[in-house]
Ligand binder design. Structure first.
Ligand code: CU
Length: 150
């Protein structure tokens, strides 16, 4: 009888020990906070978000954004690097799509139509920089939207 209880106790201890070890092994590594000292060099050039170069075999797609007198629709879109957005003007005014900030468009200089198209016109741009790119109609900067490139 005592032998039986001893064996059961040993089994329970072994199981508890195994569970304890398993639990400890599965704990995720702790993330260490690295303190960064801010750069005191004010002459350093402002860098735009770095582009991640990924060779992507998936098919590139084109998304259509319509510009009406109510603004851009859909206002915010998320696409993949290499995808194209076609902006179609269905408004009563001119459309000149450009990245922020107005009027210099320096956030993503290539993302700038540099011309105006009237109703019925369109402009297509292929995004090759990963990031979140706010844009506006340069002819009516109150109309804006955002293209997020993953
Ligand atoms: Cu502008």
């Amino acid at each position: 009888m005592n032998k039986k209880i001893t064996i059961i106790l040993i089994i329970v201890v072994v199981i508890l020990g195994a569970l304890f070890l398993f639990k400890n092994n599965s704990v995720a590594p702790t993330v260490q906070n690295v303190e960064e000292t801010p750069s005191t060099d004010n002459t350093a050039p402002v860098t735009s978000p770095t582009a991640t170069i990924i060779i992507d075999a998936t098919t590139k797609s084109t998304v259509v954004v319509t510009y009406t007198d109510s603004g851009f629709s859909p206002q915010n879109i998320t696409i993949k690097k290499g995808d194209t957005v076609t902006f179609v003007n269905k408004s009563s005014i001119g459309m000149w799509v450009a990245s922020g900030p107005h009027p210099t468009h320096t956030n993503y200089p290539a993302f700038d139509e540099k011309a105006t198209v009237s109703n019925g016109g369109s402009w297509s741009f292929t995004f090759d920089l990963v990031g979140s790119w706010g844009y506006h109609n340069h002819k009516n900067s109150a109309a804006f939207g955002k293209v997020i490139i993953e």
